[in-house]
Design a protein around this ligand. Structure first.
Ligand code: TYM
Length: 333
């Protein structure tokens, strides 16, 4: 069986972009692939410097995976920081990575641009973790021989870095130590728009979190930006953020029916938003109970993560030993 691998960074509360871009496709792949799904907690350290907040964020991401249907008995499920071999591999891979690649990494470039816009020194607020971020992600992916990496479009460049370094390493060392991974990006969910129409992202503060209660979610949905056409006007579903989110959770019949209502005129935005609210509650209502229950028992989450790391570590150790041998260090002891 081929291997599907993906990770989520615990920098806040998971949102619809994470779900549609990564979690839902990843869980669907569990039918045909061996799966490796994890919490990229050391990646979050580039921005989260508060231990309590980090611990809570880790629990939120873990509880989200589990509430959405991840079965910890099948495949691997762990937090990155519990697998020290990943950091060993990251160093080795960084020595096969041209510095120029890191200069071109989107996340690093965006930070430099933000500093420029704020009139700050360009390297202020850029820590080495952010700069080396892609090398750690390479290690995440290559450690477990991933064939495919289901992600949103914003992560495509990172997976391409991992491909590149795998090819480069195999060639230079004369041995196929690493599987060359492929990004798996679904066209319909590659960039999920947020409340303001830009990419849904914690850093834009335009997210809809997965497990809001109905009242809180309604408030968010009401904030989705729409045009200001009057009630009686015919409306175009395809350019509407509300409709574009709705169709990702609705049946084909429901999608056709709402599109028809848009085009007929006489529909107010309140109706469309109510329809979105309805399909979101249908999708997440039951899972929310599971999520809240897990969040009330963080020790249970920790147990699951520890058991997952126990399963993953020997696999990582064995692969890391292969890498060490090829590089001339010999097996670890
Ligand atoms: P992160 O935590 O920012 O996002 C997790 C996943 O959600 C996807 N995503 C989106 N997809 C569509 N539309 C959106 N608006 C949207 N927002 C987020 C992301 O593309 C991602 O798939 N560096 C990664 C975490 C990571 C990782 C890995 C992923 C670390 N190591 C190895 C895959 C393989 C990140 O920060 O994702």
């Amino acid at each position: 069986k081929k291997i599907s691998l993906t990770g989520i960074k615990p920098t806040g509360t998971p949102h619809l972009g994470n779900y549609l871009g990564a979690i839902r496709p990843a869980l669907e792949l569990a039918k045909d692939y061996d799966t490796v799904y994890f919490i990229a907690d050391y990646h979050a350290l580039t921005t989260v410097h508060d231990g309590k907040e980090m611990a809570e964020n880790i629990h939120k991401v873990a509880a989200t995976w589990l509430a959405c249907g991840l079965d910890p008995e099948k495949g691997l499920f762990y937090k990155q920081s519990d697998i020290p071999e990943i950091f060993e591999l990251s160093w080795a891979l960084s020595c096969f990575t041209p510095k120029g690649f890191m200069n071109r990494a989107h996340a690093y470039k965006a930070k430099v641009e933000a500093n420029r816009a704020n009139g700050e020194d360009l390297d202020t607020n850029v820590n080495m973790g952010l700069y080396c971020y892609p090398c750690l992600m390479d290690a995440d992916i290559l450690m477990f021989n991933a064939d495919v990496v289901p992600v949103g479009k914003d992560q495509k460049q990172h997976v391409e870095f991992a491909r590149d370094v795998a090819i480069r390493f195999n060639k230079q060392m004369g041995k196929d130590v690493f599987v060359v991974p492929e990004p798996l990006i679904q066209e319909t969910t590659d960039v999920i728009p947020g409340l303001d129409g830009r990419k849904m992202s914690k850093s834009y503060d335009n997210t809809i979190e997965l497990f809001l209660d109905e009242k809180a979610r309604k408030k968010k949905v009401n904030k989705i930006v729409t045009n200001s056409l009057p009630l009686e006007a015919a409306k175009d579903p395809d350019t509407c953020n509300v409709f574009n989110l709705f169709k990702l959770f609705a049946t084909p019949e429901e999608t056709a029916a709402l599109a028809e209502t848009y085009r007929a005129g006489g529909m107010g935005w309140g109706y469309a938003k109510g329809e979105l609210q309805r399909v979101l509650e249908r999708t997440f209502g039951e899972a929310r109970e599971k999520y809240n229950d897990l969040m009330a028992h963080p020790d249970r989450i920790d147990e699951i993560l520890h058991a997952g790391a126990e399963k993953a570590r020997p696999i990582a150790r064995e692969h890391m030993d292969k890498v060490r041998e090829v590089l001339g260090y010999g097996k670890s002891f």
